[in-house]
Design a protein around this ligand. Structure first.
Ligand SMILES: [Zn+2]
Ligand SMILES: [Zn+2]
Length: 267
């Protein structure tokens, strides 16, 4: 069985409070070798760090989501900076811009994004970027703040091919989530077909955005193979090749200490 890394999950979310151990067990049985659980504000970043402290294969990211950008005052950013140095915190995120839902004023979103891009550079960690209908501004700020130094991931990618190429030019990886399995996702399918395998990772964004067979239900990392299989189909590559590549890409960027696979076939 191929190993996958879920590069974007919210496993500390209260949606999993009733059965988190079973959710993790199902995912491990489905081949998920590591999980990145990602904060969206100070309390959820604290919860992410706490979960990573008790689950060996769970790593954490800390940050303030654009929806919550209005909470990113000096005290909150100082706490995120402190959490960023905790054990098993491998990235800053999620941070970004969301002009689709506009839950925080856009200038406030941009200020919070820049502050966290600078924090990531200070602590030498990659960023996990959330972006909806704001790609021009996001990529411009990423370029200005030299995101290429620490690298990062455009999570749940929803842009077009031109945006993908700009992201790749900035040194970012592109993460594909459950929507790639939706029959309506024609533009995303076109983007995936054009992506280089060495710049691609996969994610669930659970508990949100389940792949097609589970739409309307809570998403969980055990469903990640369905997304990876669709990516492999679009690329015309074997599922194992895509699993190996995306896992290696994630491990490299995030510094995950994944053990080499045991006694596989030589190649
Ligand atoms: Zn997001
Ligand atoms: Zn998310």
């Amino acid at each position: 069985m191929s190993r996958l890394v879920d590069t974007h999950a919210h496993l500390h979310d209260t949606a999993f409070d009733g059965d988190r151990a079973a959710v993790l067990a199902r995912a491990r049985a489905a081949g998920v070798a590591a999980f990145l659980t990602i904060g969206t504000d100070v309390p959820t970043s604290e919860a992410a760090v706490a979960l990573a402290q008790v689950e060996a294969d769970v790593y954490a990211a800390v940050g303030i989501h654009p929806h919550d950008a209005a909470t990113a005052d000096d005290a909150a950013l100082a706490r995120i900076a402190e959490l960023a140095r905790a054990p098993k915190v491998v990235a800053i995120g999620e941070l970004g811009l969301d002009y689709y839902r506009d839950l925080s004023p856009r200038d406030v979103q941009r200020t919070a994004l820049v502050a966290q891009l600078r924090l990531a550079r200070t602590v030498g960690k990659p960023v996990l970027l959330h972006c909806r209908e704001a790609h021009a501004d996001l990529l411009e700020l990423c370029a200005t703040e030299d995101v290429a130094t620490g690298g990062g991931i455009l999570h749940c990618f929803s842009g077009d091919l031109a945006v993908a190429h700009r992201g790749l030019d900035l040194g970012l990886l592109i993460s594909i989530a459950g929507p790639v399995t939706y029959p309506s996702a024609r533009r995303l399918a076109e983007v995936v077909r054009a992506l280089p395998l060495d710049r691609l990772v996969v994610e669930t964004d659970c508990p949100y955005l389940p792949p097609q067979p589970w739409r309307g239900q809570r998403n969980e990392p055990a469903y990640l193979p369905a997304t990876a299989a669709r990516v492999a189909e679009l690329l015309g590559r074997p599922a194992a090749t895509v699993a190996d590549a995306t896992t290696a890409n994630a491990a490299r960027l995030l510094g995950l200490p994944l053990a080499p696979e045991s006694a596989g076939a030589p190649r």
